[in-house]
Design a binder for this molecule. Structure first.
Ligand SMILES: Cc1cc2nc3c(=O)[nH]c(=O)nc-3n(C[C@H](O)[C@H](O)[C@H](O)COP(=O)(O)OP(=O)(O)OC[C@H]3O[C@@H](n4cnc5c(N)ncnc54)[C@H](O)[C@@H]3O)c2cc1C
Length: 386
């Protein structure tokens, strides 16, 4: 016989964990299903660190992060666990390029604290980095590092403390929509009034059960750590900031990095794109074009790093064509909510996304205008059966 819940959430990454936590806070009997044994390293939310920032090229992200910072701070207070370390974020890019100017003007418009650097004072503030000729630079001073693994654990623990149920090692194999949704897994059958799908890179596979196709592309990211020539020259304790290059001569997508911290003597620097992969066969994707881009960039701009990665780990992005999230109800089944396509920048929004997906599930007016995140912006291919 099927077990009954108010809500079922599929996927215990950062978005599913925060959504479940919000639902249980609203006194909803909630089941969080996860295909792997927790914690795991096969999705998008693992690893020790993520960047948190307000620096964006779109107002709506910067504005959502006002609340984002508050919710992270609240969770820190409630849990007694340190989740955030302020480091600042150095933004660099061709001074007259659209993307660099959009980042800068968004912060200015939203009155976010920032310090603009000039070619003359740059090396005084940011030692061991070479600013390219024609590049501008500023620092988003409130940005920093989120301790990702800890944050995920805290969200799941808080959910369970309030009575939420997590079942890991249970892969969802079928979804039957209707006023009561039936979800089958490798181990059981569950029913609920509402369903939230936060399945990260597996979203496309799950949506086939409910006749929806979204234009999502899954890419593998080579998470590269680069050794300091002189130990600690880019260390968080020396107040070295996170950084983001909007575009450079090596490639059109961002390059970003975090100060050395998690692995002694190693700085994490990654390319903000990768090669397409099947999430169930991630490690069969062996393309290293992104690492070549990073080698060239590090040789040019980070003279204090050995331009050969010392450690390479793997992670996945689920990209939408416009790189904006999907936060919406299923077009035909109003009690199925989808949170997907976080396009490599969703972690920092976890507490806000959880709140929004909860509001959508409960049929409430969402706290933010969700127009940029609607499914209808795509030429949605709803199958004729609907
Ligand atoms: C290298 C890297 C660096 C990043 N850096 C940043 C950053 O600095 N700042 C930032 O804000 N964001 C960053 N991100 C993005 C951020 O980490 C992701 O947007 C976020 O983790 C996505 O979370 P999710 O819950 O949607 O997906 P996931 O974490 O992948 O969670 C989905 C879960 O669903 C489960 N699942 C899937 N199918 C099923 C099924 N059939 N049955 C049961 N369970 C299922 C999966 O196993 C998985 O656990 C980065 C991402 C990567 C990869």
């Amino acid at each position: 016989m099927a077990s009954n819940y108010d809500y079922i959430v599929i996927g215990a990454g950062i978005q599913g964990s925060f959504t479940s936590y919000q639902l249980v806070k609203r006194k909803k009997k909630t089941l969080l299903l996860e295909q792997f044994t927790l914690p795991h390293t096969r999705g998008s939310s693992h690893g020790q660190t993520r960047i948190i920032r307000k620096a964006y090229d779109q107002d709506f992200y910067t504005q959502m992060m006002d609340e984002g910072y508050k919710l992270w701070a609240q969770l820190e207070r409630e849990s007694g666990v340190k989740l955030y370390r302020r480091t600042g974020l150095l933004v660099m890019g061709p001074e007259n390029s659209e993307s660099y100017l959009d980042f800068k003007s968004t912060l200015e418009k939203n009155k976010t604290p920032m310090v603009v650097l000039t070619p003359d004072n740059f090396s005084q503030h940011i030692p061991n980095v070479i600013l390219a000729d024609g590049d501008g630079a500023f620092v988003d001073t409130t940005a920093g590092v989120l301790y990702a693994d800890r944050a995920l654990k805290v969200a799941q623990e808080h959910f369970q403390k309030l009575g939420g149920v997590i079942k890991d090692q249970e892969k969802v194999t079928d979804i039957k929509p209707g006023p009561i949704v039936t979800v089958s897994t490798s181990a059981g059958v569950y029913q609920a009034k509402g369903l939230v799908i936060t399945a990260g890179p597996w979203t496309t596979k799950l949506l086939t059960h409910i006749d929806l196709h979204l234009p999502l592309t899954v890419v593998k990211i080579n998470v590269c750590y680069w050794k300091e020539k002189i130990p600690d020259s880019y260390h968080v304790k020396k107040r070295f900031p996170c950084f983001l290059l909007t575009e450079g001569e090596e490639a059109g997508d961002h390059i970003y990095g975090l100060p050395s911290n998690e692995y002694p003597g190693l700085m994490k620097i990654c390319y903000h794109n990768g090669s397409e992969t099947d999430p169930d066969q991630r490690d069969k994707q062996t393309d290293t074009a992104d690492i070549d881009i990073l080698r060239r960039y590090i040789t040019r701009s980070f003279p204090g790093l050995i331009p050969e990665p010392a450690v390479v780990e793997s992670c996945m992005y689920t990209l939408t064509p416009d790189r904006h999230f999907v936060l919406d109800r299923h077009p035909a089944y109003g009690n199925i909510v989808i949170g997907a396509g976080f396009s490599g920048h969703g972690f920092k929004f976890g507490p806000v996304i959880g709140k929004l997906l909860c509001e959508l599930s409960l049929g409430e007016v969402p706290s933010y205008d969700l127009t940029p995140f609607r499914i209808s912006r795509f030429q949605t291919n709803l199958k004729s059966s609907l």
